[in-house]
Write a new protein. Structure first.
Length: 375
């Protein structure tokens, strides 16, 4: 059992002061004041939820027998080091997604693949609309709690008994931004950061992503030197790799952020897996961009209670009894996303406390192992 006292606490919905959260894997209760054995923090929030990431990485060398999921272990570490305690995995193949669901260091739900009648990605399931329900039933038996759909025509998605993500692709690459629908309810995930990096010129502005190289080795190329020669060489390489990407490819979901129900139907996603975006850190970038449009508290909801409502199987995003004991612990009270990022000192995942310093050291160790294996 762990007891954590919060001078200020954000439940995902409202603010509270001078309370203690008590629980183990799940929250048991919240009491007023500080209990005798509680550890006190100036600010406590729900663990952040990444509403859309491709958690499947790759290796440049043959798989080691003892670590077949090493890139995904690195993904988990990157999320933890940045306060992301839950992830909606929308891009992994069935076997990788199944492993992610089964591990306990990060709370993950997965669609176990993308379903499309016009497959363009390696992890796509190629089915007709008539076959879709049978496939969904099979994936749910394997552990999928939502469905990722690509190009499926003539199908009423409201009949599916779980949340549905509608994604689109172009030349084997998923276009950033998607809609989540569950029955009559809808949420918008604009993926502003991923959209800003969609074109080659956008990729050249990516921040340092080299710490993600154990997850996706190509991230080591986004080291952000910024010199003229670097940009000139990188533009040629990226143009060959990614082709003639245009902003016209993007679906403009950012306009949804200005609507009246903005506090409840917007989801934050790192877009990890896209060129130049690192897990964990990418979600903070997204939150800063959302904060500029809807404010600090509303931005916090996009990675806590909003995503928890859109994907109930996470059992996360709220600090309430019976929800997962996943928390962010800060050394000072924060009034902005940037300040919050700088004050984050520890996380709790499933009732287990860990310092951010230790998590960042684990990320560096993953990189050193990857470097040792590289050709």
């Amino acid at each position: 059992m762990i007891e954590l006292h919060a001078e200020h606490l954000f439940t995902g919905e409202i603010w509270m002061t001078d309370v203690t959260v008590v629980g183990d894997r799940y929250i048991k209760y919240i009491s007023s004041g500080k209990t005798r054995n509680a550890i006190s923090f100036p600010l406590v929030l729900p663990g952040f939820v990444d509403a859309g990431a491709n958690a499947e990485g790759y290796l440049e060398t043959p798989v080691q027998n003892d670590t077949p999921f090493f890139p995904e272990e690195a993904f988990v570490g990157l999320c933890r080091a940045h306060g992301v305690t839950s992830v909606v995995d929308i891009g992994s193949s069935c076997n990788v997604g199944h492993w992610l669901i089964s591990q306990e260091k990060l709370n993950v739900v997965s669609s176990l693949g993308r379903i499309s009648s016009l497959p363009s990605l390696r992890y796509d399931f190629d089915v007709s609309a008539d076959e879709l329900l049978n496939l969904v039933a099979g994936l749910r038996k394997l552990g999928a709690t939502f469905v990722t759909l690509g190009e499926i025509s003539d199908f009423d998605i409201t009949v599916l008994p779980c949340p549905v993500i509608r994604s689109h692709s172009r030349q084997g690459m998923v276009i950033p931004g998607f809609i989540v629908q569950h029955g009559a309810s809808k949420w918008v995930c604009p993926q502003l950061a991923a959209c800003s990096l969609w074109t080659v010129d956008g990729m050249l502005k990516a921040s340092d992503a080299s710490l993600g190289r154990a997850y996706l080795p190509h991230l080591k190329h986004f080291t952000g030197e910024g010199s003229f020669m670097f940009r000139r060489i990188a533009r040629d390489i990226l143009s060959k790799l990614y082709g003639d990407r245009k902003t016209d490819d993007l679906t403009d979901l950012s306009c949804a952020i200005t609507k009246g129900d903005r506090d409840h139907n917007i989801l934050a996603s790192s877009g990890a897996g896209a060129a130049g975006i690192m897990p964990g850190a990418g979600l903070w970038t997204e939150l800063k961009m959302l904060e500029q449009r809807i404010g600090f508290e509303s931005a916090l909801r996009t990675c806590t209670s909003n995503t928890g409502a859109a994907f109930p199987s996470l059992n996360a995003g709220f600090i309430k009894p019976e929800f997962r004991m996943d928390l962010l612990l800060c050394s000072e009270r924060a009034g902005s996303i940037s300040q919050l990022e700088s004050e984050l000192v520890a996380i709790v995942i499933g009732g287990v406390l860990s310092s951010i310093a230790d998590e960042k050291e684990a990320v560096l160790n993953h990189c050193l192992i990857a470097d040792g294996r590289s050709l």
